[in-house]
Every structure is written in C-alpha cells, then in structure tokens.
Design a protein around this ligand. Sequence first.
Ligand code: MN3
Length: 200
Amino acid sequence: MFELPKLSYSYDALEPYIDASTMELHHSKHHATYVAKLNEALAKAPEWQNKTIEELLTSLNSIPESIRTAVKNHGGGHYNHSLFWSILKLNGGQEPQGELAKAIARDFGDFAKFREIFTQAAVGLFGSGWVWLVADAAGKLSVITTSNQESPISQGLKSLLTLDVWEHAYYLKFQNRRTEYAEAWWNAVNWEEVGARLNK
Ligand code: MN3
C-alpha cells in the first residue's frame, strides 16, 4: 500500500510564495486522493502491489489494461507530487551550486536563461500538467512539459526539478495569474535537493 509522504516542513513554510491554505489542500486532499486511488486500482491486480512507484511508472505497458490508465494517472500523481514537495523548502531560492550550476550553464547558457525557458514553458503549457528539468541517459539537461499526471520517468528521463501547473496548485492565491505563481515559486526551490538528484 502506498502512503501519503509527510512533508519535511510545515504548510506555512513556503509563505508568502506558496500559501499555507493551498499547501494544506494540495497535500492533504489532492495528493492523498491520488494515493488512495492508486491503492484502489492495485487492489484489483495484487501481483503489482509490491512494486515501487518507479517500477510501476516504467512498466506501464505491462500493467493490465483494466488498471493501466488508473496507475498512469494516480501513480503519476503520487510520484509527481512526492517529487514536487521534496524540491521545495523553507528559505529556498537563490541559485544552484556545484555540478548542477555547471550543467545548467553548459546546456542553457546561464541560470537566468534556464529560468526564463522554464518559466515560459510553465506559462505556455495548455491545460493541466507539469514543467520539468530533466536529464537524459547521457546527462544532458532539458526543459520539458507533460500533460495531466504523465511523468518523465515513463520516458526514461531523470527528473531533477518540477513545477505543478494544475490550477489546484495556485488558484486560491493567484487565481488565473499563472505567471505570478511561477515567478513566486522560484523563491521556494530547494537547490541542494535538485543538485543531489543530478548525481542519483
Ligand atoms: Mn497538484
């Protein structure tokens, strides 16, 4: 059975960039629902119940058709949100250091350019989805978007950083102003964790 992961910070830790009400609703209701529905789907295919979330999302084509869409949507929802919480922190922001900073400079020119590309991807994504900084097998970084709860791990990519651009992630505070949400979010990013993911 999958469980809702505990946050390593309080719901108000990311204020004023991400408000406490949004965090509480997003984690305790939205994410919790993905976990519950993933467990519900897996109950119908017990042979898949002991797999990790990574194993499930990299084997979608082998999963019984009757639960495949549910695993893709709710398993993806669980994986994506777990990652999203982990790359945020109290007093986050600033810029990446070390290997990650070098890789960003190598593949995007500089941090400002990377940030602009990522933010533009968030603003331009139609409908509900996610923006990602990913690394391919050779370690090359790129910015991609996915729709709904699709996850780059299903495409064989390593996820380093992600921004949830479903309306439930920002509507309470920012209403339709997705650009303001994306700009504010940079101030809460946990670059140490993003950098550590590069070497995992
Ligand atoms: Mn969400």
